[in-house]
Ligand binder design. Structure first.
Ligand code: ADP
Ligand code: MG
Length: 664
């Protein structure tokens, strides 16, 4: 419910359109009720009299006569009998009102109505037709107006969703998962769209129609109309019952939809592995399971929907019967009370009853429509819960309130007692172990630091803290004496170039992929960066050169080529801090040599961190210091020669890694 209120804050941006649509809805409902109530009396009049004029004249005469009678009677009633006098005075009032109305009709409407009965009928049919056409026109406008408001609203919400997700830190993002995000921004929003649409169209128009009919029904005979209204609370109970179940079912369905997304993304995201290992069966099975869950959930929703419609219809018919049964009794027995309870001012005519019936049935139709949109609304509410919970998510890496001005890094990067623990729990439910424990390290501007250590020793984690992909749980990181939490993340990251083992290229041209590192770069700068990354050679041999589209994740290029484009992307950023996370582990030794050569010239006047397994002599040439990590701790630092001399245990580790990699 709360989220529905939030949706309305979006909708209110378009309040003019909303207002217009409501006006349209009001017009539609008026036409609806008038169409229903006009036909019966007129037809009756036509079949019992010679013409409308004659009927009206007769009625007026009748009224005048009874008013005269009443006045006479009044004169004979003693002044003390206040009750009797009041009753007759009331009757006179009523009759005078009707008389006034009829006289008005006679003077203003009847002159335009033909005297011939068939002609009158034809005019009435034409009026009905025109009214229906007008009603249709207003229905059209209402739906168009609501449709545009809905689309505008949903667009805005989807935009906010995307923006909110972009603001999240990497841990939160990976715990949500891409498939869930996709599901939120497509499926859930779609559900929401449907709900808002029926909200704006059906939920505004149908109750108006119903209340217009109800109001007229009360006008015709309020006692009988009241009888049928007693069914309303019962109807409410039924809606509530179905509503709660629908919400639960829809929640489960959406979850299985996210699993379907997961399965598709996983299977076709690594299609080659699936093919190579003939994993079709396994994936098919997983998909089957998710698909079946979705089916079960959807069927539950279908069943609830299918049940709720007839049930609410039955309730509605019961409501009509509650009025019609006694009504029919009054007409057929020509009386005005049942069991001594007065139900009508005078014995009802069949026309009155028929009109009442038409109006109550006219109330029923909107109710039936409402009950079918109920399901959509409930689904939409469940969807909006999920969408807004995404919009409300807050990053674990908050921006500083009053950020410090970042000056280009030029003296010292300093890690002080930094510890880090990944969120979540392990299988036994206890917290994950610390991925970094009390790490302290000072790196002077211009150093080239090699970070080595076994798998899972915390190297990547350590260097992810620098661009604030996440924040340490303890300790702090200072760049030139400023805690990086006091800098705007955008400023901080603009200083950092990052190349990872898995190079992420976007499915765009090589040119755009390089320029991604610096959106304001000119063509010359892109070419220059490609040159420095020694990528220009192979790019010029591609048929489209820089305009070559690299394919999804850069799939149309070789690993070494991808890596050099990623390097060019980091180079064009001209970062003061360069981080390479196993940038050369996935490429052949030739590309590796090229990358080392590139680094040799590019690392001048920057601070460079290189996570690596390979300590070839060309590489060692480049590196000013080696940091050895083990189980989340720095266990040794120094130049390679120092480490070999002072820490034989680690030097064995280093050598083992060197030879291991070389052999592989
Ligand atoms: P390295 O890069 O040295 O191989 P990492 O820094 O990637 O090691 O990982 C250090 C530890 O943190 C490992 O035990 C790993 O299992 C854990 N770890 C890494 N990434 C995550 C993550 N996203 N969620 C939970 N644990 C993680
Ligand atoms: Mg790693």
């Amino acid at each position: 419910m709360q989220n529905f209120l939030r949706i309305s804050s979006y909708i209110l941006r378009y309040r003019k359109l909303v207002g217009l649509s409501i006006v349209c809805a009001i017009v539609v409902s008026l036409f609806w009720a008038l169409n229903l109530s006009i036909a019966f009396p007129v037809v009756k009049v036509l079949f019992q009299n010679d013409s409308l004029h004659e009927f009206v004249d007769q009625e007026i005469e009748g009224l005048q006569a009874s008013i005269r009678e009443d006045e006479l009677a009044l004169a004979n009633i003693p002044h003390q009998d206040v009750k009797q006098r009041a009753k007759i005075q009331y009757q006179v009032g009523e009759e005078s009102r009707q008389l006034l109305l009829l006289t008005r009709i006679r003077n203003s409407v009847l002159p335009h109505v033909p005297r011939d009965k068939f002609d009158t009928m034809a005019v009435i049919l034409l009026v009905l037709l025109a009214a229906t056409l007008l009603k249709g026109l207003f229905i059209y406008y209402q739906e168009m107006l609501v449709g545009s408001v809905v689309q505008l609203t949903v667009n805005a919400i989807r935009q906010d969703c995307f923006r909110a997700a972009l603001k999240l830190d990497s841990q939160t993002l990976s715990s949500i998962g891409t498939s869930t995000l996709m599901s939120r921004m497509t499926n859930d929003i779609e559900q929401m769209t449907n709900a808002i649409k029926v909200f704006g169209v059906t939920l505004v128009r149908e109750p108006l129609k119903a209340s217009a009919c109800t109001a007229l029904a009360f006008y015709v005979n309020w006692r009988l109309a009241l009888l049928s209204v007693t069914m309303v609370p019962l109807l409410g109970l039924v809606f509530n019952f179905f509503g709660r179940r629908l919400r639960r079912a829809s929640h489960r369905t959406m979850e299985s939809m996210a699993r379907i997304y997961d399965c598709i993304a996983e299977t076709f995201g690594s299609a080659r592995i699936v093919m190579a290992f003939s994993g079709f069966r396994k994936h098919r099975k997983k998909f089957l399971q998710a698909n079946r869950d979705y089916y079960v959930g959807s069927m539950k929703i279908v069943r609830l929907g299918a049940l709720s419609r007839p049930i609410s219809e039955i309730m509605g018919v019961l409501g009509v019967f509650a009025a019609l049964g006694p009504g029919a009794y009054l007409v057929l027995r020509e009386t005005d009370s049942i069991l001594g309870i007065k139900l009508a001012t005078a014995p009802m005519s069949i026309a009155e009853l028929a009109t009442l019936y038409a109006l109550l049935a006219g109330t029923l139709d909107p109710v039936r429509k409402l009950s079918s949109v109920f399901e959509q609304i409930k689904r939409g509410m469940a969807g909006s819960d999920r969408v807004f919970s995404l919009i409300d998510m807050r990053t674990a890496v908050p921006e500083p309130k009053s950020p410090r001005v970042m000056i280009p890094h030029q003296s010292l990067i300093s890690l002080r007692n930094v510890s880090f623990r990944y969120d979540g729990t392990d299988v036994e439910g206890s917290l994950r172990p610390l991925a970094l424990r009390n790490v302290s390290l000072d790196v002077k501007f211009g150093e080239v630091v090699a970070v080595v250590g076994g798998n899972g020793s915390g190297k990547s984690t350590l260097l992810s803290l620098l661009p604030r992909f996440m924040d340490p749980v303890e300790g702090q990181i200072l760049i030139d004496g400023v805690d990086i939490r006091e800098l705007r993340t955008q400023d901080l990251r603009s200083q950092i170039g990052l190349v990872t083992q898995e190079t992420f290229l976007f499915n765009d041209t090589i040119f755009e992929n390089i320029r991604y590192g610096n959106p304001s770069a000119t063509r010359e700068m892109v070419v220059e960066a490609a040159n420095r990354a020694q990528a220009a050679g192979f790019i010029s041999q591609l048929p489209d050169g820089f305009e070559t589209i690299v394919g999804e994740k850069g799939g149309k290029l070789s690993g070494g080529q991808r890596q050099r484009i990623a390097l060019a992307r980091a180079i064009i950023r001209n970062p003061s801090i360069l981080i390479l996370d196993e940038a050369t582990s996935a490429v052949d030794s030739q590309s590796e040599d090229v990358i080392h050569a590139v680094l040799k010239s590019f690392s001048v006047n920057r601070t460079v961190f290189i996570i690596t397994h390979s300590l070839s002599s060309a590489f060692l040439d480049l590196v000013t210091r080696v940091v050895v990590m083990d189980q989340g701790q720095i266990v040794a630092t120094g130049t390679y020669d120092e480490l070999v001399r002072t820490a034989p245990a680690y030097s064995r580790l280093l050598q083992a890694e060197t030879t291991h990699f070389r052999a592989a």
